[in-house]
Write a protein that binds this ligand. Structure first.
Ligand SMILES: *Cc1c(COP(=O)(O)O)cnc(C)c1O
Length: 455
Protein backbone atom coordinates (compact mmCIF):
# COMPACT_ATOMS: atom_id res chain seq x y z
CA UNK A 1 0.00 0.00 0.00
CA UNK A 2 1.53 3.30 -1.04
CA UNK A 3 1.21 6.00 1.59
CA UNK A 4 1.59 9.22 -0.40
CA UNK A 5 -1.14 11.06 -2.27
CA UNK A 6 -0.18 9.37 -5.57
CA UNK A 7 -1.20 5.72 -5.24
CA UNK A 8 0.69 3.13 -7.30
CA UNK A 9 -1.07 1.22 -10.07
CA UNK A 10 -1.98 -1.70 -7.86
CA UNK A 11 -3.54 0.57 -5.22
CA UNK A 12 -5.36 2.57 -7.88
CA UNK A 13 -6.88 -0.56 -9.32
CA UNK A 14 -7.88 -1.79 -5.85
CA UNK A 15 -9.58 1.49 -4.97
CA UNK A 16 -11.29 1.67 -8.34
CA UNK A 17 -12.46 -1.94 -8.03
CA UNK A 18 -13.88 -1.23 -4.57
CA UNK A 19 -15.63 1.92 -5.78
CA UNK A 20 -17.01 0.10 -8.82
CA UNK A 21 -18.23 -2.79 -6.69
CA UNK A 22 -19.99 -0.30 -4.40
CA UNK A 23 -21.66 1.43 -7.36
CA UNK A 24 -22.67 -1.91 -8.88
CA UNK A 25 -24.35 -3.02 -5.65
CA UNK A 26 -25.99 0.38 -5.31
CA UNK A 27 -27.43 0.47 -8.84
CA UNK A 28 -28.53 -3.17 -8.71
CA UNK A 29 -30.18 -2.52 -5.34
CA UNK A 30 -32.22 0.48 -6.52
CA UNK A 31 -35.12 -1.66 -7.72
CA UNK A 32 -36.02 -2.51 -4.12
CA UNK A 33 -34.27 0.18 -2.08
CA UNK A 34 -36.42 2.11 0.44
CA UNK A 35 -37.80 5.28 -1.21
CA UNK A 36 -36.64 7.46 1.67
CA UNK A 37 -34.34 7.41 4.70
CA UNK A 38 -33.53 11.08 5.22
CA UNK A 39 -35.29 11.18 8.58
CA UNK A 40 -32.80 8.75 10.18
CA UNK A 41 -30.40 10.47 12.62
CA UNK A 42 -27.00 11.48 11.23
CA UNK A 43 -24.25 9.55 13.09
CA UNK A 44 -21.87 11.77 15.03
CA UNK A 45 -18.92 9.93 13.43
CA UNK A 46 -19.53 11.79 10.18
CA UNK A 47 -18.37 14.97 11.88
CA UNK A 48 -14.94 13.53 12.72
CA UNK A 49 -12.14 15.85 11.55
CA UNK A 50 -9.60 14.40 9.09
CA UNK A 51 -6.76 12.47 10.73
CA UNK A 52 -3.12 13.54 10.38
CA UNK A 53 -2.19 10.13 9.00
CA UNK A 54 -3.75 8.08 6.19
CA UNK A 55 -7.10 6.31 6.40
CA UNK A 56 -8.29 3.12 4.73
CA UNK A 57 -10.23 3.45 1.46
CA UNK A 58 -12.58 0.60 2.40
CA UNK A 59 -13.51 2.22 5.72
CA UNK A 60 -14.13 5.55 4.09
CA UNK A 61 -16.22 3.98 1.33
CA UNK A 62 -18.34 2.33 4.03
CA UNK A 63 -18.81 5.68 5.74
CA UNK A 64 -19.82 7.22 2.40
CA UNK A 65 -22.28 4.38 1.81
CA UNK A 66 -23.82 4.90 5.23
CA UNK A 67 -24.22 8.64 4.55
CA UNK A 68 -25.74 7.91 1.14
CA UNK A 69 -28.34 5.62 2.68
CA UNK A 70 -29.68 8.38 4.95
CA UNK A 71 -31.45 10.20 2.14
CA UNK A 72 -34.44 10.43 -0.11
CA UNK A 73 -33.71 7.86 -2.82
CA UNK A 74 -33.63 10.30 -5.77
CA UNK A 75 -31.91 7.71 -7.96
CA UNK A 76 -34.57 5.06 -7.50
CA UNK A 77 -37.55 4.17 -9.73
CA UNK A 78 -40.23 5.14 -7.19
CA UNK A 79 -39.06 8.71 -6.69
CA UNK A 80 -41.87 10.95 -8.01
CA UNK A 81 -41.05 14.17 -6.12
CA UNK A 82 -39.75 17.44 -7.60
CA UNK A 83 -38.05 16.46 -10.89
CA UNK A 84 -36.64 12.94 -10.82
CA UNK A 85 -33.97 12.08 -13.37
CA UNK A 86 -32.48 8.89 -11.97
CA UNK A 87 -28.94 9.56 -13.14
CA UNK A 88 -27.58 7.84 -16.25
CA UNK A 89 -24.70 5.52 -15.50
CA UNK A 90 -23.07 6.54 -18.79
CA UNK A 91 -22.96 10.11 -17.52
CA UNK A 92 -21.38 8.98 -14.25
CA UNK A 93 -18.61 7.38 -16.32
CA UNK A 94 -18.25 10.52 -18.43
CA UNK A 95 -17.57 12.48 -15.26
CA UNK A 96 -15.03 9.91 -14.07
CA UNK A 97 -13.20 10.06 -17.40
CA UNK A 98 -13.14 13.82 -17.77
CA UNK A 99 -11.99 14.33 -14.18
CA UNK A 100 -9.24 11.73 -14.67
CA UNK A 101 -7.71 13.49 -17.68
CA UNK A 102 -8.38 16.89 -16.06
CA UNK A 103 -8.18 19.08 -19.15
CA UNK A 104 -8.53 22.81 -18.74
CA UNK A 105 -11.77 23.85 -20.45
CA UNK A 106 -12.51 27.33 -19.10
CA UNK A 107 -11.12 28.45 -22.43
CA UNK A 108 -10.96 26.59 -25.71
CA UNK A 109 -7.28 26.93 -26.63
CA UNK A 110 -5.74 24.64 -23.95
CA UNK A 111 -7.89 21.68 -25.12
CA UNK A 112 -9.47 22.67 -28.45
CA UNK A 113 -10.86 19.23 -29.27
CA UNK A 114 -12.63 19.14 -25.91
CA UNK A 115 -14.06 22.60 -26.66
CA UNK A 116 -15.23 21.38 -30.07
CA UNK A 117 -16.81 18.27 -28.62
CA UNK A 118 -18.72 20.27 -26.01
CA UNK A 119 -19.69 22.83 -28.63
CA UNK A 120 -21.07 20.02 -30.83
CA UNK A 121 -23.61 19.22 -28.12
CA UNK A 122 -24.57 22.89 -27.70
CA UNK A 123 -24.92 23.20 -31.49
CA UNK A 124 -27.05 20.06 -31.66
CA UNK A 125 -29.34 21.46 -28.94
CA UNK A 126 -29.58 24.74 -30.86
CA UNK A 127 -30.74 22.71 -33.89
CA UNK A 128 -33.32 20.88 -31.75
CA UNK A 129 -34.79 24.31 -30.95
CA UNK A 130 -34.36 25.53 -34.56
CA UNK A 131 -32.09 28.37 -33.45
CA UNK A 132 -30.14 30.10 -36.26
CA UNK A 133 -26.48 29.81 -37.24
CA UNK A 134 -25.24 32.46 -34.78
CA UNK A 135 -26.82 30.68 -31.83
CA UNK A 136 -24.78 29.09 -29.08
CA UNK A 137 -24.68 28.57 -25.38
CA UNK A 138 -23.09 27.15 -22.34
CA UNK A 139 -23.16 24.25 -19.90
CA UNK A 140 -23.84 25.44 -16.36
CA UNK A 141 -24.39 23.87 -12.95
CA UNK A 142 -28.13 24.17 -13.46
CA UNK A 143 -30.92 26.48 -14.56
CA UNK A 144 -30.35 28.99 -11.77
CA UNK A 145 -26.91 30.03 -13.05
CA UNK A 146 -28.09 29.76 -16.67
CA UNK A 147 -30.94 32.14 -15.84
CA UNK A 148 -28.54 34.62 -14.23
CA UNK A 149 -26.39 34.64 -17.38
CA UNK A 150 -29.46 35.06 -19.59
CA UNK A 151 -30.85 37.90 -17.50
CA UNK A 152 -27.51 39.69 -17.53
CA UNK A 153 -27.20 39.31 -21.32
CA UNK A 154 -30.77 40.52 -21.81
CA UNK A 155 -30.17 43.61 -19.72
CA UNK A 156 -26.89 44.43 -21.46
CA UNK A 157 -28.47 43.96 -24.87
CA UNK A 158 -31.80 45.72 -24.33
CA UNK A 159 -30.88 48.39 -21.76
CA UNK A 160 -27.13 48.79 -22.25
CA UNK A 161 -26.55 47.81 -18.59
CA UNK A 162 -28.19 48.44 -15.21
CA UNK A 163 -31.06 50.91 -15.32
CA UNK A 164 -33.49 51.52 -12.45
CA UNK A 165 -36.27 51.85 -15.05
CA UNK A 166 -35.54 48.39 -16.49
CA UNK A 167 -38.39 45.99 -15.78
CA UNK A 168 -38.83 42.26 -16.32
CA UNK A 169 -41.99 40.16 -16.35
CA UNK A 170 -42.68 36.72 -14.89
CA UNK A 171 -45.82 34.98 -13.75
CA UNK A 172 -46.54 33.91 -10.20
CA UNK A 173 -45.92 30.34 -11.43
CA UNK A 174 -42.41 31.13 -12.74
CA UNK A 175 -39.52 29.56 -10.83
CA UNK A 176 -38.07 31.89 -8.19
CA UNK A 177 -34.63 31.55 -9.83
CA UNK A 178 -35.63 34.47 -12.09
CA UNK A 179 -36.37 36.79 -9.16
CA UNK A 180 -33.22 35.53 -7.43
CA UNK A 181 -31.09 36.22 -10.52
CA UNK A 182 -32.65 39.69 -10.67
CA UNK A 183 -31.69 40.30 -7.05
CA UNK A 184 -28.11 39.14 -7.63
CA UNK A 185 -27.94 41.36 -10.71
CA UNK A 186 -28.96 44.34 -8.57
CA UNK A 187 -32.57 44.78 -9.66
CA UNK A 188 -34.98 45.86 -6.96
CA UNK A 189 -38.15 43.91 -6.20
CA UNK A 190 -40.12 46.63 -7.98
CA UNK A 191 -38.27 45.88 -11.21
CA UNK A 192 -39.69 42.35 -11.25
CA UNK A 193 -43.34 42.43 -12.28
CA UNK A 194 -45.70 39.53 -11.74
CA UNK A 195 -48.13 38.90 -14.58
CA UNK A 196 -51.38 37.10 -13.72
CA UNK A 197 -52.08 33.57 -14.92
CA UNK A 198 -55.36 32.26 -16.31
CA UNK A 199 -57.47 29.51 -14.73
CA UNK A 200 -55.17 26.87 -16.24
CA UNK A 201 -52.19 28.61 -14.55
CA UNK A 202 -50.76 29.86 -17.87
CA UNK A 203 -49.30 33.31 -18.49
CA UNK A 204 -52.13 35.68 -19.43
CA UNK A 205 -50.65 37.34 -22.51
CA UNK A 206 -53.29 40.08 -22.69
CA UNK A 207 -52.69 40.97 -19.06
CA UNK A 208 -48.94 41.03 -19.75
CA UNK A 209 -49.47 43.36 -22.72
CA UNK A 210 -51.60 45.70 -20.62
CA UNK A 211 -49.08 45.76 -17.77
CA UNK A 212 -46.18 46.41 -20.15
CA UNK A 213 -48.07 49.25 -21.83
CA UNK A 214 -48.92 50.78 -18.46
CA UNK A 215 -45.32 50.49 -17.28
CA UNK A 216 -43.99 52.04 -20.47
CA UNK A 217 -46.39 54.95 -20.14
CA UNK A 218 -45.13 55.43 -16.58
CA UNK A 219 -41.54 55.73 -17.81
CA UNK A 220 -40.34 52.20 -17.15
CA UNK A 221 -38.22 50.26 -19.65
CA UNK A 222 -39.65 46.73 -20.08
CA UNK A 223 -36.75 44.57 -21.31
CA UNK A 224 -37.42 40.93 -20.52
CA UNK A 225 -40.42 38.61 -20.67
CA UNK A 226 -40.05 35.14 -19.17
CA UNK A 227 -42.24 32.24 -20.27
CA UNK A 228 -42.07 28.84 -18.61
CA UNK A 229 -42.00 25.62 -20.58
CA UNK A 230 -43.21 23.41 -17.75
CA UNK A 231 -43.64 25.09 -14.39
CA UNK A 232 -42.09 23.53 -11.32
CA UNK A 233 -45.35 23.18 -9.40
CA UNK A 234 -47.61 21.72 -12.06
CA UNK A 235 -45.57 21.25 -15.25
CA UNK A 236 -47.77 23.80 -17.01
CA UNK A 237 -46.55 25.30 -20.30
CA UNK A 238 -47.18 29.00 -20.96
CA UNK A 239 -48.53 30.12 -24.39
CA UNK A 240 -45.01 30.51 -25.73
CA UNK A 241 -45.92 31.56 -29.29
CA UNK A 242 -48.14 34.43 -28.15
CA UNK A 243 -45.74 35.45 -25.41
CA UNK A 244 -42.84 35.51 -27.89
CA UNK A 245 -44.86 37.60 -30.28
CA UNK A 246 -45.64 40.09 -27.54
CA UNK A 247 -41.97 40.31 -26.57
CA UNK A 248 -40.90 40.92 -30.17
CA UNK A 249 -43.58 43.56 -30.63
CA UNK A 250 -42.32 45.30 -27.51
CA UNK A 251 -38.65 44.87 -28.45
CA UNK A 252 -38.14 42.82 -25.29
CA UNK A 253 -35.88 39.79 -24.79
CA UNK A 254 -37.93 36.60 -24.64
CA UNK A 255 -36.50 33.99 -22.26
CA UNK A 256 -38.04 30.54 -21.94
CA UNK A 257 -37.42 28.61 -18.75
CA UNK A 258 -37.38 25.04 -20.02
CA UNK A 259 -35.44 23.67 -17.04
CA UNK A 260 -37.98 20.88 -16.71
CA UNK A 261 -39.98 20.87 -19.95
CA UNK A 262 -37.49 22.00 -22.58
CA UNK A 263 -36.07 18.58 -23.39
CA UNK A 264 -39.53 17.34 -24.44
CA UNK A 265 -38.80 19.28 -27.64
CA UNK A 266 -37.06 16.04 -28.69
CA UNK A 267 -40.46 14.34 -29.04
CA UNK A 268 -43.29 15.04 -31.50
CA UNK A 269 -45.84 15.51 -28.69
CA UNK A 270 -43.44 17.75 -26.83
CA UNK A 271 -42.89 19.96 -29.88
CA UNK A 272 -46.64 20.46 -30.12
CA UNK A 273 -46.96 21.43 -26.45
CA UNK A 274 -43.91 23.72 -26.64
CA UNK A 275 -44.97 25.52 -29.84
CA UNK A 276 -43.32 28.92 -29.91
CA UNK A 277 -40.22 27.96 -27.91
CA UNK A 278 -38.20 28.24 -31.12
CA UNK A 279 -38.83 32.01 -31.07
CA UNK A 280 -36.98 32.50 -27.78
CA UNK A 281 -33.93 34.73 -27.40
CA UNK A 282 -32.69 32.36 -24.71
CA UNK A 283 -33.72 28.98 -23.34
CA UNK A 284 -32.64 27.18 -20.18
CA UNK A 285 -32.68 23.40 -20.00
CA UNK A 286 -31.73 21.10 -17.16
CA UNK A 287 -30.25 17.85 -18.45
CA UNK A 288 -30.20 16.83 -14.76
CA UNK A 289 -33.98 16.76 -15.02
CA UNK A 290 -35.42 15.70 -18.36
CA UNK A 291 -32.29 14.23 -19.91
CA UNK A 292 -31.77 11.93 -16.93
CA UNK A 293 -28.30 13.14 -15.91
CA UNK A 294 -27.06 13.15 -12.31
CA UNK A 295 -27.38 16.54 -10.58
CA UNK A 296 -25.15 19.40 -11.67
CA UNK A 297 -25.71 19.96 -15.40
CA UNK A 298 -27.78 22.79 -16.86
CA UNK A 299 -27.68 24.42 -20.28
CA UNK A 300 -28.24 27.93 -21.51
CA UNK A 301 -28.97 28.39 -25.21
CA UNK A 302 -29.06 31.82 -26.82
CA UNK A 303 -30.30 32.88 -30.24
CA UNK A 304 -27.28 35.15 -30.68
CA UNK A 305 -24.16 33.90 -28.95
CA UNK A 306 -22.40 37.23 -29.61
CA UNK A 307 -24.78 38.87 -27.10
CA UNK A 308 -23.92 36.36 -24.39
CA UNK A 309 -20.24 36.93 -25.10
CA UNK A 310 -20.60 40.71 -25.10
CA UNK A 311 -22.17 40.49 -21.64
CA UNK A 312 -19.55 38.17 -20.09
CA UNK A 313 -16.21 38.30 -21.94
CA UNK A 314 -13.26 39.44 -19.85
CA UNK A 315 -9.54 38.91 -19.89
CA UNK A 316 -6.36 39.21 -17.83
CA UNK A 317 -2.64 39.62 -18.59
CA UNK A 318 -2.05 36.04 -17.46
CA UNK A 319 -4.19 34.77 -20.34
CA UNK A 320 -2.09 36.35 -23.08
CA UNK A 321 -0.66 32.99 -24.24
CA UNK A 322 -4.01 31.84 -25.62
CA UNK A 323 -5.61 32.60 -28.96
CA UNK A 324 -9.22 33.55 -28.32
CA UNK A 325 -10.58 33.22 -31.85
CA UNK A 326 -11.26 29.49 -32.21
CA UNK A 327 -14.04 27.50 -30.54
CA UNK A 328 -16.18 29.49 -28.11
CA UNK A 329 -14.45 30.10 -24.77
CA UNK A 330 -16.94 28.99 -22.09
CA UNK A 331 -15.53 31.54 -19.65
CA UNK A 332 -16.59 34.30 -22.04
CA UNK A 333 -20.20 33.14 -22.02
CA UNK A 334 -21.02 32.98 -18.31
CA UNK A 335 -19.91 33.85 -14.78
CA UNK A 336 -17.38 31.01 -14.27
CA UNK A 337 -13.75 30.76 -15.37
CA UNK A 338 -12.40 27.37 -14.26
CA UNK A 339 -15.10 24.72 -14.50
CA UNK A 340 -15.69 21.00 -14.80
CA UNK A 341 -15.98 19.56 -18.29
CA UNK A 342 -19.75 19.33 -18.13
CA UNK A 343 -20.33 18.75 -21.83
CA UNK A 344 -19.03 15.20 -21.72
CA UNK A 345 -21.76 14.32 -19.22
CA UNK A 346 -24.27 14.75 -22.04
CA UNK A 347 -22.04 13.94 -25.04
CA UNK A 348 -21.25 10.40 -23.90
CA UNK A 349 -24.86 9.35 -23.18
CA UNK A 350 -26.09 10.91 -26.44
CA UNK A 351 -23.47 9.16 -28.54
CA UNK A 352 -23.55 5.89 -26.60
CA UNK A 353 -27.33 5.41 -26.39
CA UNK A 354 -28.38 7.46 -29.44
CA UNK A 355 -30.94 10.25 -29.53
CA UNK A 356 -33.83 7.84 -30.15
CA UNK A 357 -33.26 6.33 -26.72
CA UNK A 358 -33.94 9.76 -25.19
CA UNK A 359 -37.00 10.31 -27.39
CA UNK A 360 -38.41 6.91 -26.43
CA UNK A 361 -37.77 7.49 -22.72
CA UNK A 362 -39.46 10.91 -22.79
CA UNK A 363 -42.42 9.48 -24.73
CA UNK A 364 -42.68 6.71 -22.16
CA UNK A 365 -42.82 9.30 -19.34
CA UNK A 366 -45.58 11.23 -21.18
CA UNK A 367 -47.58 7.99 -21.54
CA UNK A 368 -47.05 7.06 -17.89
CA UNK A 369 -48.09 10.52 -16.67
CA UNK A 370 -51.27 10.35 -18.77
CA UNK A 371 -51.94 6.90 -17.30
CA UNK A 372 -51.42 8.22 -13.75
CA UNK A 373 -53.67 11.21 -14.40
CA UNK A 374 -56.44 8.97 -15.71
CA UNK A 375 -56.18 6.58 -12.77
CA UNK A 376 -56.15 9.36 -10.18
CA UNK A 377 -59.12 11.08 -11.83
CA UNK A 378 -61.04 7.81 -11.65
CA UNK A 379 -60.02 7.09 -8.05
CA UNK A 380 -62.48 7.56 -5.19
CA UNK A 381 -61.84 10.35 -2.70
CA UNK A 382 -59.39 12.46 -4.71
CA UNK A 383 -59.68 15.78 -6.52
CA UNK A 384 -57.53 16.24 -9.63
CA UNK A 385 -57.60 19.95 -10.52
CA UNK A 386 -55.52 20.01 -13.74
CA UNK A 387 -54.76 17.95 -16.84
CA UNK A 388 -50.99 17.59 -17.25
CA UNK A 389 -49.26 19.32 -20.16
CA UNK A 390 -46.21 17.11 -19.64
CA UNK A 391 -45.50 14.64 -16.82
CA UNK A 392 -46.62 16.30 -13.57
CA UNK A 393 -50.00 15.25 -12.16
CA UNK A 394 -51.44 17.05 -9.15
CA UNK A 395 -54.15 15.80 -6.79
CA UNK A 396 -55.47 16.43 -3.30
CA UNK A 397 -58.04 15.37 -0.80
CA UNK A 398 -61.37 17.16 -1.26
CA UNK A 399 -61.50 17.29 2.57
CA UNK A 400 -58.93 20.10 2.74
CA UNK A 401 -55.29 20.91 3.40
CA UNK A 402 -54.84 18.91 6.59
CA UNK A 403 -56.35 15.80 5.00
CA UNK A 404 -54.06 16.24 1.96
CA UNK A 405 -51.01 16.56 4.21
CA UNK A 406 -51.99 13.39 6.05
CA UNK A 407 -52.51 11.61 2.75
CA UNK A 408 -49.00 12.54 1.60
CA UNK A 409 -47.55 11.33 4.93
CA UNK A 410 -49.31 8.00 4.55
CA UNK A 411 -48.03 7.60 0.96
CA UNK A 412 -44.43 8.51 1.81
CA UNK A 413 -44.65 6.61 5.08
CA UNK A 414 -44.79 3.35 3.12
CA UNK A 415 -41.20 4.07 1.97
CA UNK A 416 -42.14 2.37 -1.28
CA UNK A 417 -42.57 5.72 -3.05
CA UNK A 418 -41.72 9.36 -2.47
CA UNK A 419 -43.88 12.28 -3.64
CA UNK A 420 -43.80 16.00 -2.84
CA UNK A 421 -46.39 18.75 -2.57
CA UNK A 422 -47.12 22.29 -3.70
CA UNK A 423 -49.98 24.75 -3.61
CA UNK A 424 -52.54 25.03 -6.41
CA UNK A 425 -55.31 27.64 -6.13
CA UNK A 426 -53.97 28.34 -2.66
CA UNK A 427 -54.60 24.77 -1.54
CA UNK A 428 -52.21 22.08 -0.37
CA UNK A 429 -51.78 19.74 -3.34
CA UNK A 430 -49.72 16.60 -3.90
CA UNK A 431 -47.66 16.36 -7.06
CA UNK A 432 -46.58 13.20 -8.78
CA UNK A 433 -43.90 13.66 -11.42
CA UNK A 434 -42.99 10.77 -13.70
CA UNK A 435 -39.56 11.54 -15.09
CA UNK A 436 -36.87 9.19 -13.82
CA UNK A 437 -35.21 7.10 -16.49
CA UNK A 438 -35.64 4.16 -14.10
CA UNK A 439 -39.43 4.60 -13.69
CA UNK A 440 -41.56 2.27 -15.79
CA UNK A 441 -45.19 1.10 -15.87
CA UNK A 442 -44.89 -1.32 -12.94
CA UNK A 443 -43.52 1.44 -10.70
CA UNK A 444 -46.34 3.82 -11.65
CA UNK A 445 -48.93 1.10 -11.08
CA UNK A 446 -47.41 0.42 -7.68
CA UNK A 447 -47.54 4.07 -6.60
CA UNK A 448 -51.13 4.34 -7.87
CA UNK A 449 -52.04 1.33 -5.72
CA UNK A 450 -50.28 2.93 -2.73
CA UNK A 451 -52.21 6.18 -3.28
CA UNK A 452 -55.60 4.43 -3.62
CA UNK A 453 -54.86 2.45 -0.48
CA UNK A 454 -53.81 5.61 1.45
CA UNK A 455 -56.97 7.61 0.62
C1 LIG B 1 -35.58 23.24 -11.40
C2 LIG B 1 -36.03 24.48 -12.02
C3 LIG B 1 -35.23 25.62 -12.03
C4 LIG B 1 -33.96 25.72 -11.23
O1 LIG B 1 -33.01 24.89 -11.77
P1 LIG B 1 -31.70 24.43 -10.97
O2 LIG B 1 -31.07 23.51 -11.95
O3 LIG B 1 -32.20 23.75 -9.73
O4 LIG B 1 -30.90 25.62 -10.68
C5 LIG B 1 -35.66 26.70 -12.77
N1 LIG B 1 -36.81 26.68 -13.44
C6 LIG B 1 -37.63 25.60 -13.44
C7 LIG B 1 -38.91 25.65 -14.21
C8 LIG B 1 -37.27 24.48 -12.72
O5 LIG B 1 -38.09 23.44 -12.69
Amino acid sequence: MSRGMEPDGQTRRAWTAAATAFVEDFVAGLADAPASGHDAPVPAGLLAPPPDGPGEFGDLLARFGDAASRAIECAGPRYFAYFPAGGLYSSVLAEFLSQAVNRYTGMAAPAPAFAALEHSVVRWLCDVFELPAGAGGLFTSGASIATLAALHAAREDRLGGPDPRGTLYVTEQAHYCVAKAARIAGLTAGQVRTVPVDAALRLDVDAAAALIARDRAAGRRPFLLVGTAGTTSTGTVDPLADAGELARREDMWFHVDGAYGGAFQLTARGREVLTGITGADSITLDPHKSMFLPFGTGVLLVRDQALLRAAHAATGDFLQDFERDGWPDPADLGPELTRGYRGLRLWLPLHLHGVDAFRRALDEKLDLAAHAHQALTAAEGLAVPLTPDLTVTVFRSPAGDAATERLLSRINGTRRAYLSSTRVDGRHTIRLCVLSVRTHKAHVDEVLEIIRHAV
